[in-house]
Design a protein around this ligand. Structure first.
Ligand code: GRF
Length: 212
């Protein structure tokens, strides 16, 4: 069976969605760069192996990235999924995992990369917002897009209400992307994404029924 390593930094709700999705893959381990990440306890309580690698214990980014890669490679996973992993990864790390490193970002990329995407969306007054699963490349939040889901922005939205609406879609599209990958329906070739035999369109998912 194929396997997956999940990297987290916090709450871990996307990690949890992957755990609950009945994926055709084994979650080999959960790795956090934050010792206090609440998601670690969720993973432990469900019997998953967890590893904490605190960047403060390493002299520089390259040293941390090398240690992280060694920890991941011990499981020889088919895929590495960043799930709220709030740390930039260096070019060497990213190229080592080319085509098997994916991320979820809570905006319709390329709009609103980086921090506070919901705040940025409200500030710009967009009417449609959402989330994106993409392959990770050297440029943060700019890798080839695998799947997106859109939600409506309501006139009375706050960052919190908008984040919650988007998060429900994150929990829907991330397992879907991982499922495609594990079933060999998804691959990165020449920096573009190929999805074959998908049972739904991977361009934009929008369901008013799910947007509330
Ligand atoms: C999610 O919105 C994810 O897209 C973003 O950070 C948040 C993490 O949430 N990168 P969780 O830890 O998965 O609950």
């Amino acid at each position: 069976m194929k396997s997956l390593v999940i990297l987290i930094s916090g709450r871990g709700s996307n990690m949890q969605a992957l755990m609950e999705a009945n994926l055709p893959a084994r979650i080999a381990a959960v790795i956090s760069n934050k010792p206090e990440a609440p998601g670690l306890e969720t993973a432990r309580s469900r019997g998953y192996e967890t590893i904490v690698l605190d960047p403060r214990s390493y002299p520089d980014r390259e040293a941390f990235d090398q240690k992280l890669a060694a920890a991941i490679d011990a499981y020889a996973p088919d895929l590495v999924a960043l799930a709220g992993f709030m740390r930039l990864l260096g070019d060497n790390f990213v190229s080592r995992y080319k085509g098997r490193l994916i991320n979820i970002h809570p905006s319709l990329l390329p709009a609103f990369p980086g921090l506070h995407p919901h705040r940025q969306a409200l500030k710009e007054g967009v009417k449609v917002h959402g989330c994106t699963v993409h392959f990770v490349t050297a440029e943060t939040d700019r890798g080839p897009i695998i799947i997106q889901a859109a939600v409506q922005v309501m006139p009375d939205d706050t960052e919190e209400t908008l984040a919650a609406r988007v998060l429900r879609q994150e929990h829907r599209i991330y397992p879907e992307a991982v499922r495609w990958f594990m079933k060999d329906r998804l691959k990165l070739s020449d920096n573009s994404v190929e999805v074959s035999d998908a049972d739904f369109d991977n361009s934009v998912l929008y369901s008013p029924g799910l947007s509330k």
